[in-house]
Design a protein around this ligand. Sequence first.
Ligand code: MG
Length: 380
Amino acid sequence: MDRREFIGAGAAALAAASMSACGVKGIKGAGAEAKAQLMGGKMKLSFYPYELQLAHTFTVASYSRKTTPGVQVEIEYEGLTGYGEASMPPYLGHTVESVCAFLQKVDLGSFDSPFLLEDIMEYLDGLSDGDSPAKAAIDIALHDLVGKLSGQPLYKLFGYNPAKAGPTTFTIGIDTPEVVREKTLECAGRFKILKVKVGLDSDEQMIRTIRSVTDLPLAVDANQGWKDKHKALDEIFWLKEQGVVLVEQPMAKERLDDTAWITERSPLPIIADEAVQRLRDIPALKGAYSGINIKLMKSSGLLEARKMIAYARAEGMKVMVGCMTETSCACTAAAQLAPAADFCDIDGNLLITNDLFDGMTVVDGNMILPSRAGLGLIKK
Ligand code: MG
């Protein structure tokens, strides 16, 4: 029996295996010794920068880019490796240097096991107020280990039904009508809902171009791009007629009163994205938005994301789970939450050409979660 089987084999086998590993003969006191062994392991954190290559230049209301900087994290424990990832789209102000500087400060030596998620995340928050992507990378790797040590996929430990993971949107970036038409044709057969970046003067042209190719439902994301609340509301009514089902971040995140005015009158749910990072941001949004878009790189990982889902539900708010441009590592982590969400926008891994992992897949527009333990990733 190797170390991995040993951990999943229950108390009796666990004790026996421990004795054998330590050369201990006899039964007396073996259970306690085995437990000490199991809890006494050390976690070893390592990380390296990994730049994500985008298949298409990505344009939203405020910028364009062709790559996204990232950092891959691995935590080794008891012969197992937990995978995590930090992705840093430039608009959030994080860099490879800031993520690596944070990770260099992290000392997991005082924690016995990855199961101490609450303690470890509290310790990370004590190191700095920001650095959410770096914290998320550690949180994701720890969750991967927790699942692997338990021998179960994470969604199962969370109590979620993988058959309810449902569809993910696929994002069509702002581009020329020719490219938009081509991209839409490319993905219309593979997805059940598309997401369209709006917030520029070309909005109507974007929507009409997509509508010339497909009748699929659409989500739109203005990325804070609309400046006038009356115009925004008029556009939202028009978008509803065009088969749009939700609107993300219509105006600047600071303009809470104007957003509340829109939400009160909008025929479509208005979802906060840039306006919400972590759990502490949600109370102020109540009444101003219909729901929140939770992303692991903003929330500092899965532990807090699950608290955000619970809080939003208690306030009657809708839950969307999104992602940044990420490999299948962070996207598969986000997808573990899909069964608990109303909408999912987990397509970051589908937008890159140099994925490091096999993980969550999309079949007939629906997300399929790996049934393997932890995140269920296979490193390529
Ligand atoms: Mg968004």
